[in-house]
Design a protein around this ligand. Structure first.
Ligand code: ADP
Ligand code: MG
Length: 481
């Protein structure tokens, strides 16, 4: 009998607020340890948390975007546990009354099929600090810069059935959050990470198997490896007569394996209770309606529109819609390209991606503005320049930031499209290569390409290749006859 894997994810998305969820400290990444930790973040006695309204707005925006129910009244709760990076001895989270309940997201499977994953809930909470082991001898440092950073924890139903599906879900979720501009999705910096709950069962079982929970996965590759490793490990244990223990695991990326960290706590271990320092969050139906009305275009809609409006291949639409900044760049370029959006898509995903990757730049920082790239593309389409010359112009635009038309004129790179000039070049090449012409006539058809190359060379690459082909063919044939 076949095994079926069952996976549910708890995603922690750092909300893109400037300050923390209950204090005025900055959330900017990368500062010296403990320079962004106020008395509130340190959990000193007598301090009181003040809720950051922006975090609430972002949670509501998320809920509306996934079609969830937004609670008119939601409550912060204390989740009690001891850990050195949690000086208060409790984390402020939500438990019985989360701000967002239900909703769903569409993911794309490897075979192109779409699948809907339902969400259980999403709640607001604060992040903990960080233990630092490096650079300390037989002791551990604590950095509380991250303590109090606003998180949206998004909990899925256990509806994914492979590591690849879990990754597709993570990708779709990250893309959505970036479109909503509520999370930067930076996984290296920990702004987007997940805990993966994994169990296996025989495919005809109606009940779920015992799960383990792999903590804190912060790259798509780790999510994929860790889940696959855990599925294989569980199947092996059960097949050899053992039982799965409900445990919390960690993923060791060096050894590429999951290891038990501790027995799994149950909710009652945390002694959740409503935080007496914080008022319930009240959200009116009016506010929810206004938020829904102001929702930006979402990735699924944008992708569909790109295919319809710009006739993009669905693969190109996927790549361009992955990141909203890329989608915006493409659209601004396409509008300028005089109806040559597909060619524009090729230039964005080809030359431009290569250049920004090589320079390690975000697309917003590209020295070539989207409009300028659109114009370059239209110059190829209207035969002002060839695709090959366009590569040269592109490089010059990248270096100088100049307008493509300026560079085309300055470098004298306009494509030669005058038949009589091209015929003259063809004539000269035919005169200079009598041996090759003989070979061509003897049936060596490859020589044709060589002759085209010679004409192109003579024109410094500026002759229209299509016209060179036509005229050369005509000349050779007329000489044969
Ligand atoms: P906790 O907060 O204690 O981890 P939850 O009940 O909130 O527990 O579940 C967390 C995640 O675990 C959810 O995403 C849920 O879909 C998933 N999950 C629950 N049971 C299973 C199971 N048997 N197999 C796989 N995933 C599961
Ligand atoms: Mg959990």
């Amino acid at each position: 009998m076949e095994w079926e894997a069952v996976i549910g994810l708890e995603i922690h998305a750092q909300l893109a607020t400037a300050s923390k969820i209950f204090s005025a400290s900055s959330t900017a990444y990368g500062a010296e340890p403990n320079t962004q930790a106020s008395a509130v973040d340190l959990g000193l006695p007598g301090v009181l948390p003040v809720l950051n309204e922006k975090a609430v707005e972002m949670a509501v925006l998320f809920g509306v975007a996934v079609g969830a129910k937004i609670s008119n009244l939601s409550i912060f709760a204390r989740k009690n546990y001891f850990y050195p990076d949690l000086p208060k001895g409790y984390q402020i989270s939500q438990y019985e009354e989360p701000i967002v309940t239900g909703g769903c997201i569409e993911i794309q499977l490897q075979n192109g099929e779409l699948k809907v994953i339902n969400l259980t809930r999403a709640h607001l909470e604060e992040d903990a600090g960080k233990s630092i082991h490096e650079g300390f001898d037989s002791s551990t440092g604590i950095d509380l810069n991250r303590a109090g950073t606003p998180l949206l924890e998004i909990v899925s139903e256990p509806q994914m059935h492979s590591a690849a599906e879990a990754v597709a879900y993570m990708r779709a979720m990250r893309r959505l959050l970036r479109y909503l501009e509520i999370c930067d999705g930076n996984m290296q910096e920990g702004s987007f990470r997940c805990d993966a709950n994994v169990s296996v069962r025989k495919s005809n079982d109606s009940t779920l198997g015992t799960r383990t929970e792999i903590k804190n996965l912060n790259s798509f590759r780790f999510v994929e490896h860790a889940i696959q490793f855990e599925i294989d490990r569980q199947i092996e244990i059960i097949e050899s007569g053992g039982d799965i223990k409900q445990e919390t695991m960690l993923y060791d990326a060096d050894q590429q394996e999951t290891r038990a960290m501790r027995g799994k706590e149950d909710a009652h271990d945390y002694r959740y209770f409503p935080d007496p320092d914080l008022l319930p969050i009240k959200i009116s139906d009016e506010y929810i309606r206004t938020t829904a009305a102001a929702l930006p275009e979402l990735p699924v809609q944008k992708r569909k529109r790109f295919v319809e409006e710009f006739q993009l291949a669905s693969r190109d639409a996927d790549v361009l819609c992955e990141d909203p900044a890329v989608a915006n760049y493409f659209e601004a370029a396409a509008v300028e390209s005089m109806g040559n959006a597909r060619l524009c898509a090729n230039w964005v995903t080809g030359a431009l991606f290569a250049a920004i990757n090589a320079a390690n730049l975000d697309i917003e920082a590209s020295p070539i503005a989207p409009k300028a790239l659109g114009i370059l593309v239209s110059r190829i389409a209207d035969d002002t320049i060839s695709g090959k010359i366009a590569k040269q112009i592109f490089e010059a635009m990248w270096k100088t930031g100049l307008h493509p038309d300026e560079l085309i004129v300055e470098k004298g790179l306009q494509q030669v499209t005058d038949d009589s000039i091209i015929a003259g070049l063809v004539d000269q090449v035919l005169r200079d290569n009598p041996d090759q012409i003989e070979q061509y006539r003897a049936g060596k058809s490859k020589i044709f390409g060589f002759l085209v190359g010679q004409v192109m060379k003579l024109s410094n690459g500026k002759a229209s290749p299509k016209q060179v082909n036509d005229i050369l063919k005509k000349c050779l044939n007329s000489e044969v006859n």
